[in-house]
Structure formats: C-alpha cells, structure tokens
Design a protein around this ligand. Sequence first.
Ligand SMILES: Nc1ncnc2c1ncn2[C@@H]1O[C@H](COP(=O)(O)OP(=O)(O)O)[C@@H](O)[C@H]1O
Ligand SMILES: [Mg+2]
Length: 258
Amino acid sequence: MAKQIEVSGLDAYYGAHKAIEDITMTIEPRTVTAFIGPSGCGKSTFLRTLNRMHEVIPGARVEGKVRLEEQDLYGPDVDPVSVRRTIGMVFQRPNPFPTMSIYDNVAAGLRLNGRFSRSELDGIVESSLKGANLWNEVKDRLHKPGSGLSGGQQQRLCIARAIAVRPQVLLMDEPCSALDPISTLAIEDLISSLKTDYTIVIVTHNMQQAARVSDKTAFFNLAGQGQPGKLIEMDDTSRIFTNPGMKATEDYITGRFG
Ligand SMILES: Nc1ncnc2c1ncn2[C@@H]1O[C@H](COP(=O)(O)OP(=O)(O)O)[C@@H](O)[C@H]1O
Ligand SMILES: [Mg+2]
C-alpha cells in the first residue's frame, strides 16, 4: 500500500510570490518523515504540493516534479481528485463534518467514491476507527454527531476518515497543535502504528515530537524576508538532532531562532 514519493526541482508560487524553491527529496514508504523549520518557510505549502492541494488556491501554481512511485502526479492525464484520495491529508484543527454522525464522517469519502453495501460500509467504518485507535471509545455511539467528541477524539476521527478510502500516503500538518498533551501522545502513538501501512509526512513545530515520532527529518529555512523557503537538509532524525550537517539546522533545533 505505502508508496515512495520523489520530488525534484519543485517551486511553488502564490501569484508572483515564490514561496518555496528548488526542493528535491525522496520520502520513503513505511516511514515517518517530519518537516521542521521556522514559520513561513513553506512547510505547509510544500506539503500541499504533494497531493495537489496547493493549486486549489487562486493564482497558486507549481513547477517541478512530484512522483508517486512511477506516476508523475502533475502529468497531463492525472486527475487531481484521485491524487488527493491516494494521498490523504489531516489538518491542524480537527475538522469533522459537524452535522454528520461519527459513522457518516468515516463513510463520507467512501460514499463519494463508489458503491458499497451497508455491510461493506460497516466493515470499513469499523476497521478505520480501529486503525485510528478510536473504536473502543465510540462503538456505542456511532450515530451521534462527530462534533460531540473531544478535540483529540475528533482528530482521530479525521484520521479514520482519511484512512477509510485506503490512501497510500498520509500528510499531516501540525496535527497536534490544537490538542492537549494526553491527546497529543495518543496521536503520536497512532502515527507510529500507522507507519507499518503508510508513508507518513508530518509538519510539526514541536522538536520533541519530531524526535519522538519520525524516522527522517527535513529542515526548511528562509534566506531572508520575502525570500523563498528552501530545504536545508534531510537525514535520519537521530542524526539531525545529534549531529546535523548544517549550522542553520543546529541553531534551529537548539532554539537559537525560529
Ligand atoms: N494562501 C496563501 N496566499 C498567499 N501566500 C501564502 C498563502 N499561504 C502561504 N503563503 C505564503 O507562503 C509562504 C510560506 O507559508 P507556509 O507554507 O504557510 O509556511 P509554514 O507552513 O512553514 O509556516 C509565506 O510567505 C506565506 O505568507
Ligand atoms: Mg504551516
């Protein structure tokens, strides 16, 4: 299921403003990759270029290549909607559909994509909620609104919704930043268990979190105000946090800026 992503020479623009420049990296399957770096260096922008969500913003565009295994995601015959299904996304604020039940939140993407019998849907909803470590907490109230859950539960519901459509990659943009410490640890445990099946990319401001959950870390930085963000280095997380190759990385992880 999990696939490798290969990015080469990628630039992303908002109108005339180049937000990120010349990014080349390989993201390994069954691995958690963390993106770190100061605010505004383009982590979220880059993440959104990986599943073609960047271009939904008016005036936004991408140059360069993103490949999911053999497939060029920006190729002429590629349907961006199917890319977003294959490469799912979880956002900073848990965003369950507020008027829908827990069950319907998880089933929403499946209902859009195809025909499933009631019992098939039941099976996928259950396995997705189990996969998101939420089943035991909600199995007796599947038909109550998702908005009645705690923030941490809502975020796990969003993860269940994302995995229900069987993606190959999960992108998470600061998925814990709106959560309390206990819920944060629950999500981190979940991320560690999901990596056996998925390629996972997580943006985080929390250095301890990057160190705890990720196998690889990519550090992004800005050369100056108004300059595009760049990838400074990417390496094993243990190496980035103990013996980074670049001075800017060391300054950032030791809290000297950012
Ligand atoms: N929707 C947008 N429209 C215009 N510029 C944007 C938009 N989103 C982000 N930017 C700009 O792109 C740059 C990178 O932002 P972002 O990707 O959000 O950085 P990060 O996630 O690392 O904080 C910033 O200069 C930001 O102002
Ligand atoms: Mg961001």
